[in-house]
Design a protein around this ligand. Structure first.
Ligand code: HEM
Length: 535
């Protein structure tokens, strides 16, 4: 029989203060009904009384010691027969049968027929999905891909849309029922395209960068090699990130002790971390060989667009058959506009690597972390900034917003890390004079992070900025089904950098430049000079 340790009894001795970790439930409790509600952990709730086990990679957080944030169990390639209707609709959209895939903003007979099928399709029950996380993940992926196929094969008239696009109940009801169980919003996320979508060659062997890396993906919008490789390379970065995570974990352990030996080991781990970050950069740059920039920009990226992709004036998507209190209806996600029936549009962003807990936190932000990344300011701020005064609202809101797009367990993990009692940077700063090697190793890790961001900016320049300004090739125009008249109109365009937004909704130029510059500002020693600029 379990004993209530918070009660005073002759055998229990003095009472335990409320909030003590012994009286708290396991690190994260039931998923909230809304993905944007901040998760809580025992350490967080207890106001410091509970031990912070940030250094533990725990199944509780869906973090595996070997695979990091990639699921350690093989991803499902198809849902069981009960949900075959969804899978067949997806096959039809992707053109895996005799017909080709549906076209972006198609509006042709095939697209109309397919959308009519979705509108008349019954609402399938989701109770049976709750028995397994793998089923839930595949169901989220399938339903959100159907959602994006539905939205992006609908012709837009006028442009931009002035009323929210109604999403049929066959998609919206099951999607809004299962999304809160994963803690994800009802839209394609990085988890769907990468974490729940990759396969390794040997299903029975452990996932490993060297011997059994992710090589394939299960579902794409376009069936192109470029799209598959875009996801595979992100998964490879994740598996390399698992190693970086291990080093961060070891470093955090040393922070607890912080004696002479611990400081030496910390420097050693930070040096290894720099090597690992460089490895992630190299993997990222391998995109250049396997992902065609033109295909990426014109054929693949448009499928990712979210309900907020027309900027602040976006009308959003109206999920039919669910009430406004259902998952994800936070004030910031609601558009001003409603359908004729009064259903308000919802504004969610499309997938971005900024949604990856691995890319956006352990190797990067936790090195520079001074304060809570889920509070008012983001964790990427250097020490000189005060935690309560967000001087750079763009990335504060971006990082906070991207938290909503991570699975609940991963968000919880970030929160847990953020309550670590001994942040890294102040400690390194404190010992900088007496232990210059530690400060050097710390700056070395930041240099590697800066190199990553520089290379990433080159990728953004090639894959977005340059493509946006260039007229697509004949081949791509044909795939897009552009008419001669369209072609004559499509001159080279002069797009201002300031107008460009990432799929995560960020003003991409300002955001990426600040991320890069903050990395250097966080260095203890003298930062290196300015580097690559998007232009
Ligand atoms: C064709 C390839 C890629 C393009 C065009 C691209 C584009 C972008 C854009 C536009 C952003 C700004 C945020 C937003 O989405 O609104 C961003 C953020 C980010 N991307 Fe990528 N990305 C690519 C591949 C990758 C890969 C493979 C990684 C893996 C490490 C990655 C890691 C990140 C990170 C960590 C951020 C957050 C900003 C930062 O920490 O610097 N990206 N990306």
């Amino acid at each position: 029989m379990s004993r209530d340790l918070t009660q005073t009894s002759p055998e229990a001795g003095p009472s335990i203060p409320s909030g003590h970790f012994l009286s708290l439930s396991p690190s994260y409790a039931s998923p909230s009904s809304s993905p944007s509600v901040l998760p809580s952990t025992s350490s967080h709730l207890s106001g410091g009384l509970a031990p912070n086990v940030a250094s533990l990679a725990s199944a509780d957080f869906e973090v595996d010691v070997r695979t990091g944030f990639l699921p350690a169990t093989r991803n499902l390639t198809r849902l069981p027969l009960e949900w075959e209707l969804w899978e067949s609709a997806l096959d039809a959209a992707r053109g895996t049968g005799e017909n080709g895939q549906l076209r972006l903003q198609g509006g042709g007979e095939r697209e109309k027929l397919w959308r009519a099928g979705i509108e008349t399709m019954g609402v399938l029950d989701t109770v049976g999905l709750r028995s397994s996380i793998r089923l839930l993940r595949r169901a989220h992926l399938v339903l959100t891909f159907l959602l994006h196929f539905y939205v992006h094969t609908t012709p837009v008239e006028p442009t931009p849309r002035t009323t929210p696009l109604p999403i049929p109940e066959s998609i919206s009801v099951p999607l809004l029922a299962i999304s809160p169980l994963l803690g994800l919003p009802p839209i394609v996320t990085y988890s769907d395209t990468v974490l729940y979508n990759f396969l390794a060659p040997n299903p029975s062997a452990e996932l490993s960068l060297a011997t059994n890396p992710p090589t394939h993906v299960i579902t794409t919008f376009t069936g192109t090699k470029s799209e598959e490789q875009f996801y595979v390379i992100s998964a490879l970065c994740e598996i390399a990130g698992a190693e970086a995570l291990k080093l961060m974990r070891q470093s955090l352990d040393e922070l607890f002790v912080a004696d002479e030996k611990a400081l030496k080991r910390l420097a050693h781990y930070l040096r290894k971390l720099a090597v690992q970050i460089d490895r992630i950069s190299d993997i990222t740059m391998s995109l250049m060989k396997s992902v065609d920039p033109e295909e990426f920009y014109h054929l693949i990226r448009p499928w990712f667009r979210g309900g907020d992709s027309d900027g602040p004036q976006s009308a959003g998507w109206a999920f039919l058959g669910v009430d406004d209190d259902a998952a994800g209806t936070q004030a910031e996600n609601l558009a001003d506009r409603a359908t004729a029936d009064g259903v308000r549009g919802r504004l969610f962003s499309g997938p971005s690597a900024g949604q990856s807990i691995c890319h956006s936190y352990p190797p990067s932000h936790s090195i520079t972390l001074n304060h809570n990344p889920v509070s008012t300011n983001a964790g990427i701020a250097p020490a000189a900034e005060t935690p309560t005064a967000p001087s750079r609202p763009n990335e504060a809101t971006f990082v906070q917003r991207m938290l909503q797009y991570m699975p609940l367990a991963h968000r919880t993990f970030l929160l847990h890390l953020s309550t670590h009692p001994t942040p890294l940077r102040p400690l390194v700063e404190h010992y900088a004079r007496t232990h210059p090697k530690l400060a050097e190793a710390y700056d070395g890790a930041l240099e590697a992070l800066k190199r990553f961001r520089e290379k990433h900016m080159r990728i953004v320049s090639l894959y977005i900025v340059q493509q946006a300004r260039r007229r697509p090739s004949e081949r791509v125009r044909q795939i897009l089904g552009h008419s001669e008249a369209d072609d004559n109109e499509a001159e080279e365009v002069k797009i201002e950098l300031g107008e460009m937004r990432g799929t995560g909704g960020s003003p991409l130029f300002k955001f990426l430049k600040r991320c890069r510059d903050n990395t250097t500002k966080a260095m203890i020693g003298r930062p290196a000079g300015p580097g690559f600029d998007l232009s």
